[in-house]
Design a protein around this ligand. Structure first.
Ligand code: RUQ
Ligand code: CUA
Ligand code: CA
Length: 656
C-alpha cells in the first residue's frame, strides 16, 4: 500500500506480515476515505514530524501467547466460582444501554438500561423509571431510543471513587447518570441548544478549591452544529450554526453553563488538576456538507479555562437562547484573542482529529489524528502558561506530533510512559513511548518511539487499558473494540457481532489473548479494579416513600375512579391473593418486595395489560394504568424466586 510505504511507519511489507486479508480491508477502507481528503503521510506534514526511519515496530503474531502468558491466561479464564479482578463499564451504542463486564474474562454480568426501555427490569414501564427517562404530557415516554458512546466514572484523588458513572445519548442529546452502588440509572438530563452530544468527561478536581479533589462537573461536547435558536428559520445561513460545550453539575445533574465555540466538539478530556477541559474538533471549517468538513489541513483541540468560564458566568457575561435559561458564554476565537482573559484556546491539530486522552501522569492530552497518521501530544502546563501570557505561541504547547500509522482514533496508557493508539485503517494497535516521541519531535531522529504493533481483527475504534485514565494506570490489560469481526465467529446472517479483543500488555510486546463477540455496538468503556466498588446487596425500605412496609398493609384504596393498590411480595406469595377493580379505574399499583436476601428478586406481570417489572429485595416500584379490559387477569411473578415461584400469583379481577 502506497500510503504505508510513504509514511514509513510500517517497515514490513505485506509478505512479511502474511496478513493479506488485513491489507485488503485496509485498501477498501482507505479507498473509502481517499476521495474525502485523507492526508497522505508525507514528511512535509504541516507542523508534524516524520517518523521515517524511526519506527521499527513489528506486528506481533496473534499466536504469540505462550508459557510466558500463563498467568494472564489463567486470569482470563477464571475457574468455576472464581471472580474477576476488574469491572468493566461498556457503552452499548444504539441499544441505548450500558453493560457491566467482569474483566479480564470479558463475561457480561449485567446491563444497565438508561435511555431505552428494558423488558427484563421493566425500565420504561414503572413510574419510577419513567420519571427518570422523561415523559410527555400524556405520561408516555418522551423518547424510546438512545445511542450510548462514552462511559466515564466519577473520580477522587485521580482514581475512580465508585459513586457514579455517566453515559451520553448522541441521538437526543442526553446525559445519564448511573449510581454504582445499585448499578441503576438515576437521572437523565437533556442538554439544551445542542445536537449530536458525543464526547463526555467528568472533571477530576475543582479548578480553584483544592479541597474538592473529586468530580463535581461533567463536560459534554456537541458534535453537530445547529442554527441558534434552532427554530427552522436559519437552515440556510451557515453563520447561524454553532456548537456548544456544556457543563453539567455532577450531583444535581442540572446544566450549569455552556460555551459557544467556533468549530464542533468531538471527544472530551479533563486535566487532573481540574483547571482544563478540552474537546477535539474535526469540523473547524464549520461545513454543513460532508466534503466541507475535510478541507482544512489542521483542525483543533479546543481548551476551556474552567475557572475563568465560571467567573464570567458569575459576572453575568453570558446570554441565553430560546426557552433555555442556561448561561452561554462566548468562547469563539474572535472574543478570546487576549490570552490573559481568554476563556478558550484553540491548539491546532492535524486534519479531523478524533480521540483526546489524558495521560495518567497528568502532563499531556494526546489527540489522535484520524485523517492524519499522527498523534499530537499537548503539554498542559504550557497551555496554562499561554493563559497566563507566558507562552507566546499557543501551538508551542505541542511537544510531539509523530506518525503512528493510518487512522489513529483513541489512545490508552499503561502507566509506564507508553501510549497505545488504535489504527482504524491499519487494523492495528500501535504502542509508542511518549518521552521518545517528544525527543523525536525535538529533533532526535534516533529516538525509536514505536515500541510494538499488534494486528487486531478488524478496524478497531476505541480501546482502553485497565485503570488507563486514572493516576493508577496499571498496565495489565488492554481491550479494543473492533468494529468488524468478519470471519472471527460463526456466521449469523449479514450482520456480524463486533469483536472485543483482550490483550495482555504487561510485557514489552502486546499479546492478543481472546476474541469476544459482542452485540452491537459498544463504543467506549472503562476497566477498573473491583475493590473500587462496594455495591449494595439489598435496598432499604426507606428508599421509596411509597414502600408498603408490611404485608398487613396490602389494600385497595379507592378515591372515586382513582385506585391505589398496595401490594407486597415475599417468597412464595404475594400479599393479596386477589383484588377487585372496576372497568375504567385509574390504577396505581405499588409493589414492595419484603424479602431481605440478596438476589431474591420478584417480578410481576399483568397479562394483556403489557406490564412487567421486577422488584429487588426491599425495593418498591409502582406502575399506573387504566383498567380498561374487564376480566380475570392472573398477575404472576416473572422472576424465578422460589420452589413455588409458579404458584406466586394473584387474581386481578376487573368488573365490567
Ligand atoms: S467515538 S471510534 Cu463515538 Cu467514541 Cu471513537
Ligand atoms: Cu416471586 Cu418468582
Ligand atoms: Ca476538518
Amino acid at each position: 500500500m502506497s500510503q504505508e510505504k510513504k509514511n514509513g511507519t510500517t517497515s514490513q511489507d505485506a509478505s512479511a506480515t502474511g496478513l493479506g486479508r488485513r491489507r485488503f480491508l485496509n485498501t477498501a477502507a482507505a479507498a473509502g476515505l481517499a476521495g474525502v481528503g485523507m492526508a497522505a503521510c508525507t514528511d512535509k506534514q504541516a507542523g508534524g514530524s516524520s517518523a521515517s526511519g524511526a519506527a521499527s515496530g513489528s506486528a506481533s503474531a496473534a499466536s504469540a501467547h505462550t508459557e510466558a502468558n500463563a498467568g494472564a491466561e489463567a486470569a482470563m479464564h477464571p475457574k468455576p466460582g472464581e471472580l474477576d479482578t476488574y469491572y468493566g463499564l461498556w457503552s452499548g451504542g444504539h441499544t441505548g444501554d450500558v453493560r457491566v463486564l467482569g474483566m479480564p474474562s470479558g463475561r457480561e454480568i449485567h446491563r444497565i438500561p438508561c435511555f431505552v426501555p428494558d423488558a427484563l427490569v421493566g425500565w420504561g414501564i414503572t413510574n419510577e423509571s419513567k420519571a427518570v427517562m422523561g415523559t410527555k404530557a400524556d405520561g408516555s415516554l418522551r423518547y424510546t431510543i438512545g445511542d450510548t458512546h462514552h462511559v466515564h466514572a466519577s473520580y477522587k484523588d485521580g482514581n475512580y471513587d465508585g459513586r457514579y458513572a455517566w453515559v451520553n445519548d448522541k441521538i437526543n442529546g442526553r446525559l445519564a447518570r448511573m449510581r454504582l452502588d445499585y448499578f441503576v440509572c438515576d437521572k437523565i438530563t437533556e442538554l439544551p441548544n445542542i445536537q449530536g452530544f458525543h464526547g463526555i468527561f467528568p472533571d477530576k478536581a475543582d479548578p480553584v478549591d483544592p479541597k474538592i479533589n473529586y468530580t463535581t462537573r461533567v463536560f459534554c461536547g456537541a458534535e453537530f452544529s445547529i442554527p441558534l435558536p434552532n427554530n427552522g428559520k436559519d437552515a440556510d445561513k451557515p453563520e447561524a450554526y454553532h456548537s456548544l460545550f456544556t457543563c453539567v453539575d455532577a450531583e444535581s445533574m442540572d446544566v450549569r453553563w455552556q460555551v459557544l465555540i467556533d468549530g464542533n466538539c468531538d471527544l472530551v478530556a479533563t486535566s487532573y488538576d481540574g483547571k482544563l477541559a478540552a474537546t477535539n474538533q474535526y469540523n473547524t471549517e464549520m461545513g454543513v456538507h460532508y466534503e466541507d468538513m475535510m478541507s482544512a489541513e489542521r483542525d483543533a483541540c479546543c481548551f476551556f479555562n474552567v475557572a475563568r468560564i465560571e467567573e464570567a458566568v458569575k459576572a453575568g457575561k453570558f446570554k441565553t437562547y430560546g426557552d433555555s435559561k442556561v448561561p452561554v458564554v462566548d468562547g469563539t476565537k474572535a472574543a478570546n484573542t487576549d490570552p490573559k482573559t481568554a476563556l478558550t484556546a484553540y491548539v491546532s491539530v492535524p486534519k479531523n482529529p478524533h480521540g483526546v486522552n489524558a495521560s495518567p501522569d497528568g502532563k499531556y492530552f494526546i489527540c489522535a489524528g484520524k485523517l492524519s497518521p499522527t498523534t499530537t501530544t499537548i503539554e498542559l502546563t504550557k497551555v496554562l502558561d499561554w493563559f497566563d501570557g507566558k507562552l507566546a505561541k499557543l501551538d508551542d504547547a505541542i511537544v510531539a506530533e509523530v506518525e503512528v500509522g493510518l487512522g489513529p482514533l483513541h489512545t490508552a496508557f499503561d502507566g509506564r510512559g507508553n501510549a497505545y493508539t488504535t489504527l482504524f485503517l491499519d487494523s492495528q494497535i500501535v504502542k509508542w513511548n511518549i518521552d521518545k516521541a517528544i525527543a523525536f519531535h525535538k529533533g532526535d531522529k534516533n529516538a525509536k518511539y514505536v515500541v510494538d504493533r499488534l494486528d487486531v481483527q478488524y478496524q478497531p475504534g476505541h480501546l482502553n487499558a485497565s485503570q488507563s485514565e486514572t493516576k493508577a494506570a496499571d498496565g495489565k490489560w488492554l481491550v479494543t473494540g473492533c468494529k468488524f469481526s468478519k470471519d472471527r465467529f460463526l456466521p449469523v446472517g449479514p450482520l456480524h457481532p463486533e469483536n472485543e479483543q483482550i490483550i495482555d500488555i504487561s510485557g514489552e510486546k502486546m499479546v492478543l489473548m481472546a476474541d469476544h463477540p459482542v452485540r452491537g455496538e459498544p463504543h467506549d468503556f472503562v476497566i477498573f479494579k473491583r475493590d473500587l466498588l462496594k455495591p449494595k446487596q439489598v435496598y432499604s425500605l426507606d428508599d421509596s416513600p411509597l414502600a408498603v412496609k408490611d404485608a398487613k398493609d396490602c389494600a385497595v384504596i379507592r378515591n372515586g375512579k382513582k385506585v391505589t393498590v398496595k401490594l407486597t411480595s415475599q417468597a412464595p406469595a404475594l400479599g393479596m391473593r386477589e383484588f377487585k377493580l372496576k372497568k375504567g379505574d385509574e390504577v396505581t399499583l405499588i409493589l414492595t418486595n419484603l424479602d431481605k436476601v440478596e438476589d431474591l428478586t420478584h417480578g410481576i406481570a399483568i397479562p394483556k395489560y403489557n406490564i412487567q417489572f421486577i422488584v429487588n429485595p426491599l425495593e418498591t416500584k409502582s406502575v399506573s394504568f387504566v383498567a380498561d379490559k374487564p376480566g380475570v387477569f392472573w398477575m404472576y411473578c416473572t422472576n424465578f424466586c422460589h420452589a413455588l415461584h409458579l404458584e406466586m400469583r394473584s387474581r386481578m379481577i376487573v368488573e365490567a
